[in-house]
Ligand binder design. Structure first.
Ligand code: FUB
Length: 303
């Protein structure tokens, strides 16, 4: 195993809080962070901006996996899957997420199809291990509904066992996944009204009986991170404002988790040398929810 990140910055005033270097991965350009906790370890899945940018656009072929037991030192597990895992895909390995159910790990991620006009669709892959390898159980996309809009899946299993997959660029959609996690029942539902200034990158979870939808929003020239809450997994959603302002990459993308009693927001910027909108890098900040469950404004730290 290779340890990728390491400098520890200790606050002068809060010596118990230690942070990883930001950007936390300095060996690849990474984006679209998606954390999950399994067996006491925090696994972080990211996308991967290739060093060589083609056609001045996102050039992304595989997903990466890192893990940590202290949120400061991260082990690089390489690439557990790529668009080549899916026989029907031709590229654009964009923002994905992994969830554990009954000892199996389910990955959901968007790609462009190698037929049907190259539409962006969402695939599912399965593994017995959080670090892969993953295989495609369907041999076809799970979600192929809206052409360019089917990106950025986020998955959550509620306390009653019902799993939800939300996704979308421009509009927000969801389906109720079946227990097998590779099919769904009922139709695709478009969320209306969508949360304020919603663009893409939803991250869906529940805390203290309140459902959270954290997402990339737009009020200026580049994306911020905003959120909405609901008393129901299917809304209606109450917009709660922006928690992280625009950074130096056009996009941003949230991933939120609790780990060992603390709360963390993962995001991306263009803060590595050579960085920018197509060379992004994942960072992480520890934060504390307010007593009423609202999320404070979260500044980024750089080391
Ligand atoms: O990384 C490619 C796309 O950019 C993601 O799918 C969006 O969330 C945005 O970060």
């Amino acid at each position: 195993c290779k340890v990728v990140v390491f400098l520890m910055a200790i606050s002068l005033f809060q010596t118990t809080e230690c942070y990883a270097d930001n950007p936390m991965v300095q060996t690849n350009y990474t984006a679209d962070p998606a954390p999950t906790v399994y067996n006491g370890t925090c696994y972080l899945y990211t996308t991967h901006d290739e060093d060589t940018i083609v056609n001045n656009f996102y050039t992304m072929n595989d997903w990466r996996c890192y893990s940590s037991t202290d949120m400061q030192n991260w082990t690089d597990h390489g690439s557990p899957l790529s668009y080549n895992t899916f026989s029907w895909a031709k590229g654009d390995a964009w923002a994905g997420q992994v969830i554990n159910r009954n000892g199996k790990f389910y990955f959901y991620g968007p790609m462009t199809r190698n037929n049907a006009g190259g539409a962006r669709v969402i695939g599912v892959a399965v593994s017995d291990s959080p670090t892969g390898p993953f295989t495609d159980p369907l041999g076809k996309p799970l979600i192929a509904n809206n052409g360019a809009q089917d990106i950025d899946p986020t998955v959550f299993i509620d306390d009653n066992g019902q799993a939800y997959l939300y996704w979308g660029n421009g509009n927000l959609y969801y389906v109720k996944l079946n227990q097998d996690m590779i099919s769904y029942s009922g139709g695709i539902v478009q969320v209306s009204p969508k949360p304020a200034n919603y663009v893409e990158g939803p991250w869906f979870y529940k805390r203290n009986n309140l459902y959270y939808m954290v997402y990339a929003g737009m009020t200026g020239g580049s994306e911020n991170i905003s959120y909405a809450t609901s008393n129901s997994p299917t809304g209606p959603w109450t917009s709660k404002g922006t928690i992280m302002g625009s950074q130096n990459s056009y996009t941003n993308h949230p991933g939120v988790t609790d780990y060992k009693g603390n709360s963390y927001l993962f995001y991306h910027t263009g803060n590595l040398p050579g960085g920018g909108s197509y060379h992004r890098s994942v960072g992480v900040e520890q934060f504390k929810y307010n007593a009423d469950g609202t999320i404070p404004s979260i500044p980024i730290t750089k080391n």
